[in-house]
Design a protein around this ligand. Structure first.
Ligand code: ADP
Ligand code: MG
Length: 716
């Protein structure tokens, strides 16, 4: 069917009909679906013996070591709960280094020998499984001949049920490791880093006189951007199917220039879709809060309420999976690629991050009392130091082939990592650094009142859309993540580098407190001052997109790692290895493995793109051009024939260049290979696309074989 006719069909979709979700009376308790598919504390309390429940909670809430003797009881209760929900199978749900999740389903049911079957699930099966690990990326940690890998139950993230029209599956969040004990996933390092940060933060809190808190949790809430397009267009585009982004497509006459989409009313079909996504996620206990249109046409955002990093990271996988799954019942496809459409805003993910005590105190929240504010300044300074010291590593955690089309472009945070504090907090930090805070008189802010120190606002109202790392009132927002990214790795990095920083500041504070006549106030301000003097260079409140900032950043000695091959080596620098070994989050081998996996993924992705681009050129675009030439020839108008023929010849030349470039990959180190892909293959693709997009403007609409940007972005 020609695309034009598909457009009409795509636009005719409406929300009622079989897929419509019934509207119910939400004042009735039975209609509250939140968490109904989660084996959370409520279900656990209802089904577990009291003693078992208490021991399990101790592990979940305080990180107490899991008592293996309770496993059988938990397994049995979990199984009964799951069976009651129609689950026939269970799976250890884990997060290999592919960036997505993995499952291998096993049935609860086994034959009894008398011709019937019985459902069984033991503590052993709950605690450990042994998936064949040979098919997951390990970066050389585990050779294929030693395929053994283990998954281990993570009791701190609740089990849940995934439904399918034909049955249900119990999913048990697990960690994934090699049989020699190395982490092969993103969960183990995240849990280790949470442990490290908790220990460091508690030590610091003790210096502030806090003897109540027993644990500090890191928290995450991620704002997820995504595109929706009608599925008819998706399946007509080999590039979207193979690579997640369009490799051809001329810029449409209308983009987001009119700013008529952002926060505008949500199209009916999309809203219906969002509501079902939220319903599904609510049943899975994912606390979705916000939905809205995003800047680009066809682009949207969803955000949950923040949770502990581990649960939040697990839930983020469910968000991405649910967004994609539900789209299909609305005739839509959800695109999570960071840059599906060239020249149109890409999609990111804002990783809101903070630390909070088990007594409910957010350590990055400016407080009401001078004491609270001192503590806030201390922890905020620790974060600033961490970001400055490990900026390269933070950059590396968001480096992927897809992100290279976004970071550094005029729409996403720059590749230079800097911190935005917001006017008020920055003034306070600067006052500390300049020493003015020391000369002040008691009573007002921080008990050190001075006109240069405005009282600390509860919410720094300012926003800076261009900053990759912004303080937003009571949390830092790491805004450089790609829409496709999982949260485990970036939060592991954040937790670890901040733990190191807190320890560094604590040591300084302790030293100062040991001096005669020292007060907490004075000592903290001194520590903050020294930290800010040394690391304040990373703080920037201007336009991160501007050329001027690039120059200024260079002057300040900040790294500008423009592309993925530039950034990835940061995973294995001496300072990275040092801090990750010290905090026992990732050892040298585990870091090296990640580095190798990411380099490999970059090469593979660019190679798939290059092959897809060449293939589309040969089998879709070139034939269309030849038909157009024939049409022009038949009309007997030479100038028209010449125009299309010359562009087609140029296209063919560039196609040959791309094929040649991609046929001659260098042998050498993987990073050299990655650089070749970037400098030679990607550039050949860009050249080819340029001519391909020119042809789009010359070829008869009914001969053009691909849905165009204007339909993909605007028909809904
Ligand atoms: P904005 O668009 O202004 O950044 P949103 O409301 O869209 O704000 O998103 C803010 C995100 O920050 C939400 O996901 C929210 O849960 C999260 N968040 C709020 N407080 C914290 C915190 N203490 N730790 C981690 N994330 C937080
Ligand atoms: Mg935000």
């Amino acid at each position: 069917m020609p695309t034009r006719e598909k457009n009409v069909e795509a636009a005719q979709w409406f929300a009622d009909g079989p897929s419509a979700v019934e509207v119910v009376d939400l004042t009735l308790p039975e209609n509250n679906i939140y968490g109904e598919n989660v084996f959370g504390p409520a279900a656990q309390r209802a089904r577990l013996p009291k003693a078992v429940y208490r021991k399990l909670q101790a592990t979940i809430e305080r990180g107490a070591e899991l008592d293996p003797s309770i496993a059988d009881a938990v397994a049995s209760a979990m199984k009964d709960w799951a069976l009651a929900k129609g689950a026939t199978h269970y799976t250890h749900w884990f997060q290999p280094l592919t960036g997505s999740t993995a499952e291998k389903h096993d049935s609860f049911f086994g034959p009894t020998g008398d011709g019937t079957s019985l459902a069984e699930f033991s503590g052993k099966e709950l605690i450990q499984a042994e998936p064949d690990a040979s098919s997951f990326p390990t970066g050389g940690i585990r050779a294929t001949f030693e395929a053994r890998g283990y998954t281990a139950w993570d009791p701190t993230s609740p089990a849940f049920i995934l439904e399918n029209p034909n049955g249900a599956t119990l999913c048990i969040p697990t960690a994934f490791m090699s049989w020699t004990g190395e982490a092969l996933d993103n969960k183990i390092p995240l849990l280790r880093s949470m442990e490290a940060l908790s220990a460091s933060a508690l030590k610091a809190l003790a210096l502030f006189g806090d003897d109540e808190s027993q644990r500090v949790f890191t928290t995450v809430g991620a704002e997820q951007e995504y595109f929706l397009i009608d599925e008819q267009y998706f399946y007509a585009r080999p590039d979207l199917i193979n690579t997640g982004r369009t490799l051809y497509g001329a810029k449409p006459p209308k983009g987001h220039e009119l700013d008529d989409h952002y926060f505008g009313s949500i199209p009916e079909r999309v809203l219906a879709y969002m509501m079902e996504v939220e319903r599904e996620l609510a049943r899975l206990g994912v606390p979705i809060k916000t939905r809205h249109n995003e800047v680009a046409p066809g682009q949207y955002e969803v955000a949950p309420i923040f949770e502990s990093s581990n649960v939040g990271a697990d839930h983020q996988h469910l968000v991405m999976q649910t967004l994609q799954k539900v789209a299909r019942s609305y005739g839509l496809v959800c695109l999570l690629h960071e840059k599906p459409f060239a020249g149109v805003n890409g999609s990111g993910k804002h990783n809101n991050w903070s630390m909070g005590t088990d007594t409910g105190h957010n350590l990055l929240e400016p407080g009401d009392t001078p004491h609270d504010n001192l503590q806030f300044l201390f922890f905020a300074a620790a974060v600033i130091r961490a970001v400055d010291k490990y900026a390269g590593l933070l950059r590396a955690t968001v480096a992927t082939a897809g992100q290279d089309h976004r970071l550094g472009a005029n729409e996403a945070p720059p590749a230079i990592i800097s911190v935005y504090l917001g006017g008020e907090i920055q003034k306070v930090m600067e006052a500390c650094a300049s020493g003015k805070a020391m000369r002040s008189t008691p009573r007002s802010f921080l008990g050190l009142g001075t006109p240069v120190l405005p009282s600390m606002p509860l919410h720094a109202g300012d926003r800076n859309r261009t900053s990759p790392f912004a303080f937003t009132g009571n949390k830092f927002e790491f805004r450089a993540l790609g829409s496709n990214q999982e949260l485990g790795l970036p939060n592991t990095i954040l937790n670890t580098i901040v733990a190191e920083s807190i320890d560094h500041l604590s040591a300084e504070l302790k030293r100062k407190l040991g001096k005669r006549g020292a007060t907490l106030e004075k000592s903290v301000i001194e520590v903050v001052r020294e930290t800010y003097r040394e690391h304040g260079r990373v703080v920037f409140d201007g336009d991160g997109y501007s050329e001027a900032w690039h120059k200024e950043a260079e002057k300040r000695g900040l790294l500008n790692l423009r592309t993925t091959p530039d950034a990835l080596p940061q995973f294995i620098t001496a300072s990275t290895v040092q801090v990750f070994s010290k905090y026992k989050v990732l050892d040298k081998r585990e870091l090296q493995a990640r580095y190798e996996v990411y380099v490999e993924q970059y090469i593979t992705k660019v190679n798939i793109e290059a092959e897809t681009a060449a293939n589309m050129a040969r089998t879709l675009i070139l034939p269309a051009a030849l038909r157009q030439i024939a049409l022009a020839e038949a009309a007997g108008i030479e100038t028209i024939t010449e125009e299309i023929a010359s562009v087609t010849e140029e296209f063919f030349t560039r196609l040959n260049a791309l094929e040649k470039a991609n046929a001659n990959h260098p042998h050498g180190t993987p990073i050299k290979h990655a650089i070749y892909m970037r400098d030679t293959v990607l550039t050949a693709m860009v050249d080819l696309r340029e001519t391909g997009d020119a042809l789009e403007g010359l070829i008869a609409d009914d001969l053009w074989p691909l849905p165009k940007y204007q339909e993909m972005l605007f028909v809904r």
